[in-house]
Ligand binder design. Sequence first.
Ligand code: ZN
Length: 61
Amino acid sequence: MTDKACRECHLISDGSICPACNASNMSDDFSGIVVIIDPKGSAIARAMKVKEKGHYALRVR
Ligand SMILES: [Zn+2]
């Protein structure tokens, strides 16, 4: 798998364009994965300003 993380919103995806914010600013150098299932009920999602459920990288370089 060649997952990449978006530098803009930290969403992890296997494409070269972020499906959440359409940025082509994807990095394969990231660490930490957070799975957001309930963006409205999750304090982590609020802290990361995440509005869509999915896999997110904690840190993207
Ligand atoms: Zn993005």
